[in-house]
Each structure stands twice: as structure tokens, then as C-alpha cells.
Write a protein that binds this ligand. Structure first.
Ligand code: NAP
Length: 312
């Protein structure tokens, strides 16, 4: 059975950048773009609006378009891309064993770039009305909310980015935040505060998504300062409260931190198993940017290449 030089798991900025570097180093990478494991092929940028902070694109570009460009560049240098999810890994001996689509793959080295995915509120009605008012993706669904009143939950950069984008369509966007201070960066705060279509509701938690059985009609909210509940009517709810790493298949196989992110040796992409490297958000709960994911994806490919050369 053929042994792959390097298998890359994941197809966000980290995975594709690792593939570009590994392919150009003649490692003939095999990349699993994944369906469920990373949330979606292409990673979180597939659910993003305009990316304005990726150097080299002064006019900005849409997340999905950016990922298409990453993919094409990886393919240009010979990366083989398969759409299955890797569902099982065995890192206990080399070559490593991976299972994808019921097939076993052997690999001398592995680069994990499985990213992170949306955290939902986990309140009644949220799941029922997903696609019927409840969303986590302004790019995908914003268009459906033309002239409507919508809510965004969260106080970080994601929430304000979604809120600002949604004002292109919506009549009014209300940001519901559980504290009275935002976590978002100053520039995003300033932009949102200046936007006449954005309002804020502070110290407030969404307790339930209300609806008429077919679509959402509002939310039940709880003010944690006055300890009172009330209802807020809205036709849309965008949840933007953060992400969790896609590390389920690595539990017990690689060392994780308390939030479930992969641990790597400081200053490198080496995980707790020699020959297994990690890049992007799966090992980064701090920076979580497309550019930092691409950077650590590049590092992972260079680390894998050097490690492989030393094995030979
Ligand atoms: P985040 O910074 O972790 O913010 C999550 C927000 O959701 C916080 O305000 C948090 O409230 C709130 N929250 C968490 N759990 C909640 C719950 N169960 N119910 C209600 N509210 C809840 O996440 P993020 O906004 O997704 O950003 C993640 C990272 O990506 C950050 O480093 C951010 O700077 C970066 N990012 C950058 C850009 C950009 O530069 N264009 C865009 C998007 C994201 P508390 O504040 O009370 O904890």
C-alpha cells in the first residue's frame, strides 16, 4: 500500500497554504477538504463577508472568492484534493493511519488544519428556526432580510462585522450583548456605533427563539441587571458568539488545551506526536485571522518538510 509523504486535513487558509508550500517542496501532498469536520470545505471564510484585512487585496474580496483562489493555487502545484472527511486517525505508530470515506490511508507525516466552527446559543427554538430566521452567516443569508428588523448576538469583532454587513439589507440591526462593554476592536466598535441602523441592547441574554411554527418572530430576552424577562420582535437572529475547535477525532491522540485546541510546541507547529503538525485556528484561539492561519499553515509545511528530510 502506498504511503503518502504528507496528508493535510482541512481546507481553510491554513490547509491550502500548507498544501502550496508542501507541493512546491515536491512532497506531493494529499489534502482532505472535509465536509463536516471543518464545518465546511474552505473553512470559516466560506461563511464570511468581505475580507478587508488580508494583505495584497487593497480593495478587499469576499471570503468564498478568496478560498477559491487559495484552492486553485494549491492545485496549480499538484496538490491532490479529496472531499471526504477524515473520520479516524491512528498516530500510535508510523506510518500514521487515517480513515476517510471507509478507506485507509497511510502517511509519513500529517498536517492538521481542521479549524474551528460556530458556537450556537443552545437555547430553545434556535435549532428549530435555523434557516427560518436563525443564522450564523450574514454573507449566506443577509440577502433574505431586506428591509427587515434583525438581531445579532455577541459583543466581539464577529458580531459587529455581521451587524455592519447586515445593515446593507436590513431596516434595523440590534446587537444584543450580555455585558455593557464590547469585546470587539476599537475600529469595529467605532464603525458600528456610527452606523445609524445599528442599535445596542446591553446586559441582555437571549433565552429563547420565538416563532409561529414556520418562521422566527422574535426572542425572549433576560436583562441580567434588572433580572427581568421580556420579548423582542425580530425576523432574523444572527448568532456571533465565537467558535470551537474541530478536534473531536484527535481527543486522546494529540494533546489539547482546556478549550480543546491542539497544543503545539512554542515557536513551531509540532503537536505532541512527532510527525504530526498543526496550523490555523485548530491550534490558535488567540489570533484566529486568515493571515495568521495561512502563516501557521506555511510553518506546518516547512516543519513537515524538514522533519521528513531528517527521517530520510
Ligand atoms: P469573541 O471575540 O470570542 O467574542 C465572542 C462574543 O460573544 C463576546 O462578546 C462574548 O461575550 C459573547 N458570548 C460568548 N458566549 C456567549 C453566550 N453563550 N451568550 C451570549 N454571548 C456570548 O469571538 P469573535 O467575535 O468570533 O472573534 C474571534 C476572534 O476573531 C477575535 O480574535 C476577533 O478579533 C477575530 N475576528 C476579527 C475580525 C476582523 O478583524 N475583521 C472579524 C471577526 C473576528 P463576552 O464579551 O461577555 O465574553
Amino acid at each position: 500500500m502506498e504511503i503518502e509523504n504528507v496528508v493535510i486535513i482541512g481546507s481553510g487558509p491554513a490547509g491550502y497554504t500548507a498544501a502550496i508550500y508542501a507541493a512546491r517542496a515536491d512532497m506531493k501532498p494529499l489534502l482532505f477538504e472535509g465536509q463536516q469536520l471543518g464545518g465546511q470545505p474552505g473553512g470559516q471564510l466560506m461563511l464570511t463577508t468581505e475580507v478587508e484585512n488580508f494583505p495584497g487585496f487593497p480593495e478587499g474580496l469576499m471570503g468564498p472568492e478568496m478560498m477559491e483562489k487559495f484552492k486553485k493555487q494549491a492545485e496549480r502545484f499538484g496538490t491532490r484534493i479529496l472531499s471526504e472527511d477524515v473520520t479516524e486517525v491512528d498516530f500510535s505508530s508510523r506510518p500514521f493511519k487515517l480513515n476517510a470515506g471507509g478507506k485507509e490511508i497511510l502517511a509519513n507525516s500529517v498536517i492538521v488544519c481542521t479549524g474551528a466552527q460556530v458556537i450556537w446559543l443552545a437555547v430553545p427554538g434556535e435549532e428549530q428556526y435555523q434557516g427560518h430566521g436563525v443564522s450564523s452567516c450574514a454573507t449566506c443569508d443577509g440577502f433574505f432580510f431586506r428591509d427587515k428588523e434583525i438581531l445579532v448576538v455577541g459583543g466581539g469583532d464577529s458580531a459587529l462585522e455581521e451587524a455592519s454587513f447586515l445593515t446593507r439589507f436590513a431596516k434595523k440591526v440590534t446587537v444584543v450583548h450580555r455585558r455593557e462593554a464590547l469585546r470587539a476592536s476599537k475600529i469595529m466598535q467605532d464603525r458600528a456605533m456610527k452606523n445609524p441602523k445599528i442599535e445596542f441592547v446591553w446586559n441582555t441574554e437571549v433565552r429563547e427563539v420565538l416563532g409561529d411554527g414556520t418562521k422566527m418572530t422574535g426572542v425572549r430576552i433576560f436583562n441580567n441587571q434588572t433580572n427581568t424577562e421580556s420579548e423582542l420582535s425580530a425576523e432574523g437572529l444572527f448568532v456571533a458568539i465565537g467558535h470551537k475547535p474541530n478536534t473531536g477525532i484527535f481527543v486522546g491522540k494529540l494533546d489539547l488545551d482546556e478549550k480543546g485546541y491542539l497544543l503545539v510546541k512554542p515557536g513551531s507547529t509540532q503537536t505532541s506526536v512527532e510527525g504530526v503538525f498543526a496550523g490555523g485556528d485548530v491550534a490558535d484561539h488567540k489570533y484566529r485571522q486568515a493571515i495568521t492561519a495561512a502563516g501557521t499553515g506555511c510553518m506546518a509545511a516547512l516543519d513537515a518538510e524538514r522533519w521528513t528530510a531528517n527521517q530520510d
